[in-house]
Design a protein around this ligand. Structure first.
Ligand code: KG4
Ligand code: ZN
Length: 325
């Protein structure tokens, strides 16, 4: 069962063909990073216009790489939310046009659920109950997954998401955009030597990252940061400590079989190593290309949705504030 996946929720235009939810036949991504880096962050209007320019070539590349014809597809899966409304509209309308022209079933996918299905592209024998840590630009969620399509939100960020904190810290340290990879690169050449606070929010499974970001800002404003590389290493370690400690504690409490970490921040090497090292429970983290936004994860999620008999009609809308649970 071959599914065409389309993703355009933020600043990547992506299309992929995935077979049976696990086998990636193609995974094309057109990144807008260079364009938005001029502004130091994503400009929504620019993002949607770029999606318009990129979406047809990206889908054509995905189909050609996968060596499939339209008639070989079972259906189309497209990110319906959460994300930037204008960006989501480009992918959703393209998917609707394909579904209509090729008489294919269509399914709107929750982007966060898509991130989780990068796990199945990595290891199709994942065991339930599963604790998912979704760490992206907009989310830091701890989600208990008991079976396909069954989610319980156990914890979330109360302020900045982990990726957002990385992006803001990189701006404070003038390390460039996007912030996560910039902090990681700087941290590799720095030493975790600056004392920064960790918000534990004891007694809850929630996260908070605005305190550590503000503490970093104060130090910079007071001229107490002489080495930006050390500051990056210290900031990164503070975020990693909280994410890993809290995730492992929740996983033990819920007696899950496995931990799955996904989302753009999960591509951070230090975080990946720390979670694997500190968890007595088996940890699965997809390769970095499947952690950051891509369409293979959307197609994989679509496969499981179609299998469960779910189909949308062509009238469905984009849902910029869509929740997973
Ligand atoms: O999942 P994603 O690609 O898009 C969203 O759904 O938001 O995540 C993007 C976020 C950005 O905040 C980016 O700075 C962060 O993931 N990120 C990283 C790394 N690569 C991307 N954060 C830390 N270390 C990285 N290597
Ligand atoms: Zn994402």
């Amino acid at each position: 069962m071959k599914i065409l996946g389309i993703e355009s929720s933020c600043d990547e235009t992506a299309a992929a063909v995935v077979e049976d939810g696990v086998n990636i036949l193609s995974n094309q991504i057109a990144s807008q990073v260079e364009i938005h880096s001029r502004y130091g962050g994503i400009v929504p209007e620019v993002a949607s216009r770029q999606h318009i320019l990129a979406i047809v070539p990206v889908i054509e590349q995905a189909m050609a790489r996968a060596k499939v014809a339209w008639k070989d597809l079972f259906g189309v899966a497209v990110t319906a939310g959460p994300g930037l409304a204008g960006s989501l509209l480009v992918g959703v309308n393209m998917a609707k046009a394909i579904a209509l022209a090729c008489r294919l079933p269509i399914i709107g996918i929750n982007h966060l659920e898509g991130h989780i299905y990068a796990g199945w592209l990595t290891d199709s024998s994942i065991k339930f109950p599963l604790l998912c840590l979704i760490v992206s630009g907009g989310h830091s969620d701890l989600v208990l997954m008991r079976k396909h399509g069954d989610y319980v939100l156990l914890g979330r960020t109360r302020d900045d998401a982990a990726g957002e904190a990385f992006d803001k810290a990189a701006r404070i340290l003038e390390l460039g955009y996007p912030g996560g990879p910039a902090i990681e690169r700087a941290a590799k050449n720095g030493i975790d030597s600056i004392k920064l606070p960790r918000s534990w929010l004891k007694g809850t499974s929630d996260f908070s990252f605005s305190g550590v970001k503000t503490a970093l800002l104060r130090l910079v404003e007071e001229g107490k940061v002489s080495n930006r590389l050390d500051a990056a290493a210290s900031f990164q370690q503070a975020v990693i400590d909280v994410l890993v400690t809290k995730t492992v504690a929740v996983a033990k409490k819920c007696r899950v079989e496995q931990i799955l970490m996904v989302g753009g921040v999960a591509s951070n090497e230090g975080l990946r190593q720390s979670l694997v090292k500190n968890s007595p429970i088996p940890v699965l983290v997809p390769e970095p290309l499947l952690c950051t936004d891509n369409a293979a994860m959307i197609a994989a999620c679509g496969y499981y949705r179609f299998q469960a008999g779910r189909v949308d009609d062509l009238g469905f809308d984009v849902l910029p504030a869509l929740k997973l649970a």
